[in-house]
Structures are given as structure tokens and as C-alpha cells.
Design a protein around this ligand. Structure first.
Ligand code: KIV
Length: 276
């Protein structure tokens, strides 16, 4: 330990919630990506990502569901523990799945405790503001750090009816600002703002002391998050305006698989050096 805020594991300085707070104070942007498995998490951590979110987007990109609602607590724990085993430096946050924290704060606390105990993650994330206040307070009272999530909250897709940009109307924007203050005052260490006007996100980031991580919320926040499979171009069907693709891995993977199929069928593989 170098001090009570930053821990040293070997020569790696572990990212903690305190480190993220200091990054905001220093105006140093926070880079966050999702991961759901050991191999990808290891690459992200080695590359120097600050925060890995084991998102319930696993429901879409890993399991092929059309929404985040079906994924279970056991499935999130499986993904979370796989990621944690790979990570030395990044802060690991695990999403609380739909139905494990809304409306019953005792169940919320039990779900959060299971995530922390069984995955070894550093924090949990959950969606909503005043509606989940009791759950937020009860989880925090057990010393479990929470990242909030406001704006487009995919677990409420059946209430919204659409994935369009949120909080464009004054009343919804005002509620979002109130919820951001509520989450900060309750003790959340950070908030994700998804798909809201950039101006609104910038004003929220300026109004609260905790880091604001944006996805489709413009550049005026304290950090950015993207879904790994979208930014690597593994998924092709999802193309919102806010998504920057850093690769086209679906083509590269299919190209490699086609070449392998060709080599197997033509008995080019294995060759003389690739056998015993
Ligand atoms: O589940 C997820 O991947 C998320 C991000 C979109 C923030 O919540």
C-alpha cells in the first residue's frame, strides 16, 4: 500500500473508487469498457483500461437475447468472476441484473452481497434514481460501492418503448438532475449517463463531485464507456450515432475461419511441421 487511497499489487497501481475521484479532480478522463470473459478482460487490463464493466449487455452480446432483461444473477456472477480472475489493475464493476434490486431493498442487498462475495468485484452498478433509493441506501450501508446509471436505462425498455435519446423534455431532464444529486448524496461513487443531450450531461458533470461516465452523452463528462463488442466491430447490427468503431473484427474473424475451413478441406492443414 502506498497510502490509504491507492493499493500497489506488485508494480501495478490498482484503480479504486478514490483514484477515479482524484482523476475527476485532476480533469483526467476515465476510460471504461465492458467485458464478460477472462480472455478479453485480460487484454483490456493489460492495455490499461481504467474501469471494466461486466455489463448486463452480456444478455445481448454473449447470450443473444434482444434485451438485457433475461440475464440472471447467477449468469452475471459467472461473467463477473471470469473477468475478476483476469484483472490486476482496472476497477471491476458488475451490473445488478433486472429483478434483483427493484422494489425490495432486502433482496437488493442480498443480490449485491452475492455479487461481491462470489465474483470478487470492486463495485456494483444499478439503474434508476428515486425509484431505487431504498435499495441504493441499503446496499451502500453494507459498504458496497455503487455506480448509478441514469438516462436511457435499458432495463426499463418496456416502459420507454424505444431506445431513442432520453431527457430531451424539460421535466425528464429536471428529474435526471435531481436523481444525479440523490445518488451522489446517498453515496454512489460514480454515475453512467446514457444517451442524453450532451449539454445536459455536461451540466450534470459540473454540478456533482462524483465522476460522470457517458455513453452517447458527449465529451463534457468525466469519462466514456462503450460496449466492447460494438467498438471492436464484432457486432454489426447495432450502429447508433455515438458509437465509434475501432476495428472490424467480425470481418477479420470470418476471414480467418474461412481460411481455416479452406485449409482443412484442401488438406493444407496440418502440414509436415504441424504434426508429431
Ligand atoms: O450493460 C452495459 O453494457 C451498460 C453500458 C451500456 C453502460 O450498462
Amino acid at each position: 500500500m502506498t497510502d490509504n487511497k491507492i493499493s500497489n499489487f506488485g508494480n501495478v497501481t490498482k484503480v479504486t473508487t478514490h483514484v477515479l475521484h482524484e482523476m475527476k479532480l485532476k480533469n483526467e478522463k476515465i476510460a471504461m469498457l465492458t467485458a464478460y470473459d477472462y480472455s478479453m478482460a485480460r487484454l483490456l487490463d493489460t492495455a490499461g483500461i481504467d474501469v471494466i464493466l461486466v455489463g448486463d449487455s452480456a444478455s445481448n452480446v454473449m447470450a443473444g437475447h434482444t434485451s438485457t432483461l433475461p440475464i440472471t444473477l447467477n449468469e452475471m456472477i459467472y461473467h463477473g468472476s471470469s473477468v475478476v480472475r483476469a484483472v490486476n489493475r482496472a476497477l471491476v464493476v458488475v451490473d445488478m441484473p433486472f429483478g434483483t434490486y427493484q422494489g425490495n431493498s432486502k433482496e437488493a442487498l442480498n443480490s449485491a452481497i452475492r455479487i461481491m462475495k462470489e465474483t470478487g468485484a470492486d463495485a456494483v452498478k444499478l439503474e434508476g434514481g428515486s425509484e431505487v433509493r431504498e435499495s441504493v441506501e441499503r446496499i451502500l450501508s453494507a459498504g458496497i460501492p455503487i455506480m448509478g446509471h441514469l438516462g436511457l436505462t435499458p432495463q426499463s425498455i418496456h416502459k420507454f418503448g424505444t431506445y431513442v435519446v432520453r431527457a430531451t423534455e424539460e421535466s425528464e431532464a429536471n428529474k435526471l438532475v435531481e436523481d444525479a444529486h440523490l445518488l451522489e448524496e446517498a453515496g454512489c461513487f460514480a454515475i453512467v449517463l446514457e444517451k442524453i443531450p450532451a449539454k445536459l450531461a455536461t451540466s450534470v458533470a459540473a454540478a456533482v463531485k462524483i465522476p460522470i461516465i457517458g455513453i452517447g452523452a458527449g465529451p463534457g463528462v468525466d469519462g466514456q464507456v462503450l460496449v466492447l463488442h460494438d467498438m471492436l466491430g464484432i457486432t454489426q447490427e447495432f450502429s447508433p450515432r455515438f458509437l465509434r468503431r475501432y476495428n472490424n473484427l467480425s470481418e477479420e474473424i470470418m476471414g480467418s475461419v474461412s481460411a481455416y475451413i479452406h485449409d482443412v478441406k484442401s488438406v493444407d492443414f496440418p502440414n509436415n511441421k504441424e504434426q508429431y
